[in-house]
Design a protein around this ligand. Structure first.
Ligand SMILES: C[S@@+](CC[C@H](N)C(=O)[O-])C[C@H]1O[C@@H](n2cnc3c(N)ncnc32)[C@H](O)[C@@H]1O
Length: 266
C-alpha cells in the first residue's frame, strides 16, 4: 500500500524479484532492460514522483508507520542511528525530529533519491544531524557495533540478498541496540484483509501509474505478494543473526513492523 517500488514487468516473480523487464519497446527497437535491482538505478527514474505517489496510494498511512518505527527503537538521548534504504529521507527526518539529540545517517544507492532527501533535510534545517551517504545494504560502510540502532523502511524487498543485508544490520548495531524493519506484505486472512488485498492488487498499481506515468508502478502488487509472510520473514531474520523482539501488523497486515536486536550468540 505504500513505499512505491518500481518493479519489473516480467512475469510474476518469486522473491527476490527478477532484474529485467521488457521496457518501453517500440516496433523496431529491442526492449531495454531495467536497471539491476538493488543498485538504486531503478529508483533514480522515479525519484521526483516518489513522495507524492507514496502519500496518495498509502492513503497517508506511511507517515504514521514511520513514526511507529521510530518509537519502536526506544532510543536514548544522543543515539547514532542508521536509516538504510533511506530514499527521499522521510524516516531519517522523522528520527531526527522525534529524537532531538539523535544523529542520523541515511544510506541509499540511488543518487536521485538522495538528492531529494538532501533538499528536504536542508529545508528542515537538519543538515547538522542528518548525513546522507550512498551505499548498499549488503555491505554497510560501518565498523561492527558502531551504531545504537538501525532502520530499513520499504527497502528490504529491494535488496537482492536479504539475509546478507540483515546480517549487516546485526553486525553494525551494538549489543542491545534495536533494528526495525518496516515492510509491506499481502494480508492473507479476514474481511479487512480482503479490502487491503483489493487495495494492493487493484488500486495501488492503477493510482501509481495514473499519478506518476511510470508503468513500473503497475507491478508494485507483485513484489508485495512475493514478500514472505511475517512468520517466514521472522525465521529469515533469526537465521541472519537477529533476535526478534516484536512483530507489529499495521493496516490489517498490509504492512508489518519487525523489531529486533543483534542476537547475543551471533
Ligand atoms: C521504496 S523506497 C523506500 C524509501 C524510504 N525508506 C521510505 O520510507 O520511503 C526503497 C529504497 O531502497 C533503495 N535500495 C534499493 N536497493 C538497495 C540496496 N541494495 N541497499 C540499500 N537500499 C537499496 C532504493 O534506492 C530506494 O530508495
Amino acid at each position: 500500500m505504500s513505499a512505491l517500488d518500481p518493479q519489473p514487468t516480467a512475469e510474476p516473480q518469486t522473491s527476490p524479484e527478477p532484474a529485467a523487464e521488457p521496457h518501453a519497446a517500440t516496433d523496431d527497437a529491442p526492449p531495454a532492460p531495467l536497471p539491476q535491482l538493488g543498485s538504486g538505478a531503478m529508483f533514480d527514474r522515479i525519484a521526483r514522483r516518489y513522495d507524492r505517489v507514496n502519500r496518495v496510494i498509502s492513503l497517508g498511512m506511511d507517515r504514521g508507520w514511520r513514526r511507529r518505527t521510530v518509537r519502536s527503537l526506544q532510543l536514548g538521548e544522543r543515539p547514532r542511528v542508521l536509516d538504510v534504504a533511506t530514499g527521499t529521507g522521510d524516516l531519517a527526518i522523522d528520527l531526527a525530529q522525534m529524537v532531538p539529540g539523535a544523529t542520523v545517517i541515511g544510506l541509499d544507492p540511488s543518487e536521485q533519491m538522495l538528492a531529494i532527501a538532501a533538499e528536504k533535510v536542508a529545508r528542515k534545517q537538519l543538515a547538522e544531524r542528518v548525513t546522507l551517504v550512498t551505499g548498499d545494504a549488503q555491505a554497510l560502510p560501518f565498523a561492527s557495533c558502531e551504531l545504537d540502532a538501525a532502520t530499513i523502511a520499504f527497502g528490504i524487498r529491494n535488496v537482492p540478498d536479504r539475509p546478507r543485508a540483515l546480517r549487516e544490520l546485526a553486525r553494525v548495531v551494538r549489543p542491545g541496540g534495536r533494528i526495525a524493519v518496516l515492510e509491506l506484505g499481502e494480508p492473507r486472512r479476514g474481511v479487512l484483509g480482503w479490502f487491503a488485498r483489493f487495495h494492493t492488487r487493484h488500486v495501488v498499481p492503477r493510482l501509481g501509474a495514473l499519478l506518476s506515468g511510470a508503468r513500473e508502478y503497475a507491478y508494485l502488487q507483485r513484489s508485495i505478494a512475493a514478500f514472505p509472510p511475517a512468520p517466514e520473514f521472522v525465521e529469515t531474520m533469526q537465521a541472519s543473526g537477529l533476535h526478534v523482539v516484536e512483530v507489529v501488523p499495521l493496516a490489517f497486515g498490509a504492512c508489518t513492523l519487525f523489531v529486533a536486536t543483534p542476537a547475543e550468540d551471533a
